[in-house]
Design a protein around this ligand. Structure first.
Ligand SMILES: Cc1cn([C@H]2C[C@H](O)[C@@H](COP(=O)(O)OP(=O)(O)O[C@H]3O[C@H](C)C(=O)[C@H](O)[C@H]3O)O2)c(=O)[nH]c1=O
Length: 184
């Protein structure tokens, strides 16, 4: 397993060691000892999520506020997505900056998104199964987010506007400047 810290401190790209043989492949999708040793992240994952989405579906940009903030370890089991994490930590030197990385069943890359980030992804393949670990439970009342096409963030989602499929809820999310983000 190799871990590479991104330009945003605390946000890591993880590439597992894949073992191929005549039957197919095997890799450890999570190993606590390696993960904690290499990220020094003080997280204890308590919830796994999985979602299925068709091409063009954009889920995000979401976070949970305050004490319900979630760190996430995200990966793609099938398909190919562009995954995006936006630094919402006002005291961070990379406040308002984002990381975007293609995660796919082919590259088997994972992204560790610490607490204090808005997170989302867009499906670039015909479909995608997205699987991730969270270090805090879902809490609907604490949900927040920012609109995907916020001008100040200028995220390149790779697909054209007419290809993007987004929920009514996500279309109503506020701009980055007007977000309701509460520090954890
Ligand atoms: C997140 C979540 C949702 N739900 C229920 C609530 C709704 O009835 C249904 C779909 O929820 P939602 O539309 O919020 O799902 P996504 O748009 O995929 O939300 C996720 O999108 C981006 C990618 C994220 O990083 C977050 O994990 C999460 O906000 O699942 C649950 O029961 N538990 C949960 O942990």
């Amino acid at each position: 397993m190799t871990l590479t810290e991104t330009k945003i401190e605390g946000c890591f790209i993880i590439e597992p060691k894949v073992i191929y043989d005549e039957r197919g492949y095997f890799f450890e999708s999570f190993n606590a000892k390696t993960f904690y040793k290499n990220t020094n992240a003080k997280v204890r994952f308590v919830q796994d999520n999985e979602s299925f989405s068709s091409k063009g579906v954009l889920r995000g940009l979401h976070y949970q506020n305050g004490s319900y903030a979630q760190a996430k370890l995200v990966r793609v089991i099938s398909g190919n997505v562009l995954d995006v994490a936006v630094d919402m930590r006002r005291n961070s030197p990379t406040y308002g900056h984002h990381v975007s990385v293609e995660l796919s069943c082919t590259n088997k890359k994972q992204l560790f998104v610490p607490r204090g980030f808005a997170h989302g992804f867009i499906v670039l393949s015909d479909m995608a199964i997205f699987s991730y670990k969270c270090d805090n439970y879902y809490n609907k009342a604490s949900e927040g987010g920012i609109i995907y096409n916020d001008k100040s963030l200028a995220i390149d989602w790779k697909l054209s506007e007419d290809q993007i499929l987004i929920s009514e809820k996500d279309l109503l999310l506020p701009s980055f400047e007007n977000s309701n983000y509460e520090p954890y």
